[in-house]
Design a protein around this ligand. Sequence first.
Ligand SMILES: [Zn+2]
Length: 296
Amino acid sequence: MRVVNRSDLVFRLFLGLLIGLGVGVMSVFGTETGWLPGFIALAAFLFVAMRRPLRRWRAARSSLPPGATEWLERHIRLYRRLDAAGRRRFDTDVRILLQEWVFEGVGDLEVTDTLRLGVAGAAALLLHGRPDWEFPHRQTVLFYPDAFDDDYTVESEGEFEGMAHEQGPVILSVKAIEDSWTGGEDGWNVVLHELAHLLDYGTEFAAGVPSLVDPRSVVAWQSLVRKEMLRIRRRRSILDRYGGDDPAEFFAVAVESFFEQPDLMEERHPELFAALEALFRMDPRTGRPPAARLTG
Ligand SMILES: [Zn+2]
């Protein structure tokens, strides 16, 4: 994530100056108020247009919750392996996500810093190699105490541990979040799974092709997905059987495995591992770009 998007900032300033100049010229020639309306228009535009960049700039400078570094070190393997600069960037992403996203609990469920970190840490992990990527701004995350049914009723035998909506909240079961981060590197992580769906939304393909896949690679990606889904159905894959349902589920399940079991995935599914390394532009074990890994 970028704290300051320079081209966006320059565009906003340019548009503000253009509007101010237009209003100013009209008032100079049409009224006796001179350039004043132009300055007022410029100030009003900048006041509105700069609110979001300023909010992010402040978010990037906010403090992490107490114990956040320890939580990230204990639960996110990549975080432990980052150098100082990598950690600073990871921390900044977490700060921004904690400030910009809306975290809510259903009923009287208390939303703790640990729950927020469990989500923000996963989002920062997915974005670490792609500072140019963004999740939806002001994303709402809704915490349920346990699994739920398709009518969103909490049931101990509920079918869903998490759910992502294209235009709505990400819903996560608290129990599943805890199990995801404490269950070791078993290839199962509901937070990474649902956030992977978020990355996949907003694309014309919307079926397991993340919106930011290089268009030139789409056909190769789809062919790889078909091949790997067949391996799941034939029980010759390390990926969860759920990934055989459709390409969107395949992508979410593959992302879980890529970050949780990179060694096993590289050994058993080298082509898929390389494709995900290229997509996320990092080796999930080091946070470094794949090319840098090859040259040591
Ligand atoms: Zn899913």
